[in-house]
Design a protein around this ligand. Sequence first.
Ligand SMILES: NC(=O)c1ccc[n+]([C@@H]2O[C@H](COP(=O)([O-])OP(=O)(O)OC[C@H]3O[C@@H](n4cnc5c(N)ncnc54)[C@H](OP(=O)(O)O)[C@@H]3O)[C@@H](O)[C@H]2O)c1
Length: 323
Amino acid sequence: MRAMIFEELGGPEVLHLVDLPEPAPGPGEVTIDVAYAGINFADVLARAEGYRVDALPFRPGLEVSGRVLAVGEDVTAFVPGQEVTSFMPGGGYSEIAVAPAATTFPVPKGLDLRTAATLPSVLPTAYALLHDIARLREGDTVLVHSAAGGVGTVAGQLARLGGASAVYGVVSSLDKAPHALKSGYDQVFLAESFDTEVQAVTGGRGVDIALEPIGGDNFRRTLAVTARFGRLVSFGNSGSAAPWQISPADVYPTGLSVSGFSLMGLAAADPRRLRQLAGAAFQAVSEGGVELPVTAEFALADAAAAHRLVESRTTTGKLLLRR
Ligand SMILES: NC(=O)c1ccc[n+]([C@@H]2O[C@H](COP(=O)([O-])OP(=O)(O)OC[C@H]3O[C@@H](n4cnc5c(N)ncnc54)[C@H](OP(=O)(O)O)[C@@H]3O)[C@@H](O)[C@H]2O)c1
């Protein structure tokens, strides 16, 4: 079976196609005949910086949809041929993927395999950020960075469904604003001036909830526009900045909460909790309340082109590899 791997860290060109023996599922695992694999920003960070890469060579890919080929001897929840979608710690850029049964899900009713491939990573992430970490309440105002990306596209819609009174998105280029405005956002600001804009539209109060995946200076500027008793959630470092630090003086006077989240961490430590989150998040899609459009699709062998597109910072919505 064919798979995309990298043997050294570097640019998209380090990704290359190899032929590997067909894998068999171990205990607690299933093998999946992959239809589609989702592209995540974390795949790009893995390839470029070694993010969550234990050893080389490494096969990226955190999510796939497809049909179950075989199940490990103790796996009773799935049968061969069943349509599934799965979150995994790597290895999704393959014709056959090995996935933990604990983070594999039947494809929700009414969804096809292409749509199912968009679900496992960004939906539970956005749901957890808003509900479990930031504890969204009716009437809260919400600010989301990278609003037109995968997480951003669903976070805007979930915030609105969850009762936010205003949802503000931030994008790096105005070309992305129309996509964000169709994804639950009331207003979209440019990254260079979002803080001034937030202060203007909130009368200087700031927002109740801010979702921040870029880090560095962007984290600091977001902290400055989080309202009294507000909740800022850091969930990425797409700007490759040094880790942020805060001091008591940043949070005492205004009663701010600063927190973080890692879906990969949750999947490894508490897959049952991830299943609960995924159940709630997938339901929003099945019921038509949330959409995540696939905006580009590449052949497995063209994964490098997909990474180049992500790095061009021009993408919106979700990118997929097809088998
Ligand atoms: N903590 C978690 O569990 C978790 C789970 C999933 C994703 N994430 C994080 O959430 C963020 C978005 O992930 P995603 O999968 O939704 O990604 P995506 O669809 O590929 O979107 C990435 C977005 O990041 C922004 N960006 C910021 N700096 C960038 C850079 N240097 N190069 C390219 N794009 C850059 C871009 O928006 P603008 O150009 O408009 O800023 C782009 O829309 C990433 O930081 C990712 O690591 C975290």
